[in-house]
Design a protein around this ligand. Sequence first.
Ligand SMILES: NC(=O)c1ccc[n+]([C@@H]2O[C@H](COP(=O)([O-])OP(=O)(O)OC[C@H]3O[C@@H](n4cnc5c(N)ncnc54)[C@H](O)[C@@H]3O)[C@@H](O)[C@H]2O)c1
Length: 343
Amino acid sequence: MKVMVTGGAGYIGSVLVRKLVTAGHAVRVVDCGFFGFDHLAPEAELIPESVLDFDPAWLEGIEAIVHLAGLSNDPMAAFSPSLNYIFNAAGVGIVAQAAREAGVHRFVFGSTCSIYGLNDAAEVDETFRVKPAFPYAISKHMGERLMGCLTDADFRPIVLRKGTVVGWSPRMRFDLITNAMVKTALTDGKIVVNNPDLWRPVIDVEDAAEAYIHALQADLSVTGTFNIATRNYTIGEVAAIVQSELREFGIDVDIEVHHRPDVRSYRVDVSRAARELGFVPSIGMIETTRTMIRHLRANPAMDLNDSRYYNVEHFKRLLAKGAFATNGSKFKTGLPHAVPAGV
Ligand SMILES: NC(=O)c1ccc[n+]([C@@H]2O[C@H](COP(=O)([O-])OP(=O)(O)OC[C@H]3O[C@@H](n4cnc5c(N)ncnc54)[C@H](O)[C@@H]3O)[C@@H](O)[C@H]2O)c1
């Protein structure tokens, strides 16, 4: 298959692209390079551009698209709601429309379980009537609605509503639950838990990439929205697993517990993905944590405090360097084609 992956140089994208090229697929990445490209599988073809400048010629030969490009968490979206709506809602619309016009049948959109907000009384499935209240989740919901508008007999989107993705990636993030806990344990000697009772569906990044591959391989009769997670954990449960696994490596840390309120706590039902995509994740939190610790041990020179591993910090630096225009008239010229030198 010849697959386009937008945002393919990101945390999830760089794992997915590696898996796709290893499986023998041809991959074209469209990514404007917030975090650079040095971690991208060299076999992939790279278009270092923004999806907002999408050129239909980039679709030449493309059979399916995975759309991951955009701002990827609440803090980034809250910091710049306007860029959030532009990148996350307009961005997916621009790529999907071009794909549909070019006759690409399969379009897989990376959405999020964040859109469930505060709903942890029971596991929610994809039929739950979501009503997100914050920019990141609203923008993803807008993207999902767009998919619904464009779906027809020929254009067959699949929306993957992922839980929090964790684990080791060549484009590492330390601002995601488990990753952040391992990081602070190593740098500060403790695991900080802001609220142990909150629920989060979680999935390892390798499994998340597999979910995309299942969606790409699904029969075209399959379309619609799928919750994607290994299982639902409380934050306290994740902290206990991380603490216990660190102990196996001779690292003894305490868990510092706060009880800060949060706007997100949700549990999801993932049975539709198993039933219709045949997707069943295989990596549990223990393995995720062990793999991460092994990678960190093998990379002792890695600066865990580098802003590149913390999306909102890095995004603020890019904004301060004038990498983005917040003015609509500059969309075409104001976006970075690579991380500006010195960032
Ligand atoms: N990581 C998670 O826990 C998680 C959970 C649910 C959903 N998601 C979604 O999955 C997607 C990927 O997440 P991630 O963790 O890999 O994020 P990431 O921030 O590591 O990667 C995003 C990539 O998109 C690129 N990008 C951003 N705007 C672009 C644009 N306009 N044109 C081209 N490229 C652009 C960036 O350069 C970056 O390489 C995001 O859409 C995110 O919202 C992530």
